[in-house]
Structures are given as C-alpha cells and as structure tokens.
Design a protein around this ligand. Structure first.
Ligand code: URA
Length: 204
C-alpha cells in the first residue's frame, strides 16, 4: 500500500506542471531511497546531471555526499535523498520562492511516507525551509550546522540535523573539514539512537 503511494507520488512529480520549471526541465527528479529510512537528506535543486538522468545527487555534489555517507558506514541506497525543488532551475539559478512553495507539498508527502528519525537539510535554503515548515525561527546555517534540533512537542520522534550543502566543498574548500566533522557527529547520534539501516547493512 505504501509502495503504491510512493509510486503514485513519483508519477505526480514526474508529470508536474505546477511551476515554470516544468517548461525547461528534461526530467523531474523526485528523489530516491527506501520506502522507510531513518535519514532523510534534502538538497536545494537538481543540477544538470540530475536533470538529464532524473536521479538526485549524481554529479559532483553527489560524489561528495556519497563520500560523507561512507565515513559513517552508509551507502546512498540506505537513506532517502531528495531536494526542495524537483526540477532544475535554468542555469542552476537559485529556485524562486514561488517555485519552492509549488513543490513543498511533495516534500511534505515524501517526509510523511518515509517517516525518518532525522531530517538532514543540506545548505541554507533547505535548512530555512525545514525550520519554517516546523514553525521554528530561522537560524543561519553557519550557526546551526552540525547541531541536533528538536522540532517541538508534536514531533517527538523527529530531529533536524542541518549541514552545509555538499557542493559548498567545491566552492569553498574550508567547508570540507566542517562538513566531515558534522557527519562524524551524525554518526555518533545514529549510534546513540540505535538507528538501523537496510538489514544491518551499515558497514561501520
Ligand atoms: N544539488 C542538489 O541540491 N540536489 C541535487 O539533486 C543535486 C545537486
């Protein structure tokens, strides 16, 4: 039943015409991962490689994300990976407020279906969206990255752990040490919470 809901949602996203990004995309990029996963990663928007393949994080930022996951014993297919907008903005521009709003319902449904323990917004925009979604005051990513945030009494089983966007490692090399350290902390939180991934496939 859930698998059917996931399939239906994917179909809705890949045929979506809610905003102008649908006019210039090659493929929408719904996201991918297990139907249930304890970790739910949220990027900003598909880039060129994602647009061409319909898969999230398959370019340079994807390689960084895979390397980060490997340091905590995870492979990309053990976690859910998506972005706040599902279609590539032309020339990789920052998605507009209206485009983010048009896509937000899809992210909400994906979070509901995946039922993760930890949301990991990557970068400023994803972090802002997740904080505002839970009615939390925005805190700049430079201050809140690498910290576990509780979204409030109605979401006791959920935490938010913002990190810098993996693409920042390429644009801003000093971020590399910070984001790897944040993933080390994420690894310890996973241990403490006893979170399990895909039939104990976690290799660390
Ligand atoms: N950056 C994102 O935020 N999302 C992708 O899917 C790829 C790169």
């Amino acid at each position: 039943m859930e698998k059917e809901a996931v399939r239906q949602l994917k179909c809705e996203i890949t045929t979506c015409t809610r905003c102008r990004l649908s006019l210039t995309r090659t493929n929408a990029v719904p996201g991918e991962g297990p139907v249930h996963s304890e970790l739910f990663f949220i990027g900003e928007a598909p880039g060129r490689n994602e647009d061409l393949t319909g898969r999230p994080f398959v370019g340079r930022a994807g390689t960084v994300l895979e390397n980060l996951l490997a340091t905590i014993g995870l492979q990309r297919d053990m976690v859910f990976i998506t972005s706040i907008v599902k279609c590539r903005p032309p020339e990789n521009r920052v998605p507009g407020k209206d485009e983010i709003a048009a896509c937000e319902g899809y992210l909400q449904k994906q979070m509901d279906l995946t039922a993760p323990s930890i949301l990991v917004p990557m970068g400023r925009l994803a972090s802002e969206l997740v904080f505002s979604h839970f009615g939390l005051p925005n805190i700049p990513i430079g201050h809140i990255h690498g910290q576990l945030v509780n979204p409030g009494p109605y979401h006791r089983d959920l935490s938010i752990f913002p990190v810098y966007h993996p693409a920042a490692v390429t644009h801003n090399p000093p971020i590399k040490g910070i984001i790897f350290e944040d993933f080390r902390v994420l690894g310890t939180i996973i241990e403490e919470k006893g979170l399990k991934f895909g039939h104990e496939k976690r290799v660390k």
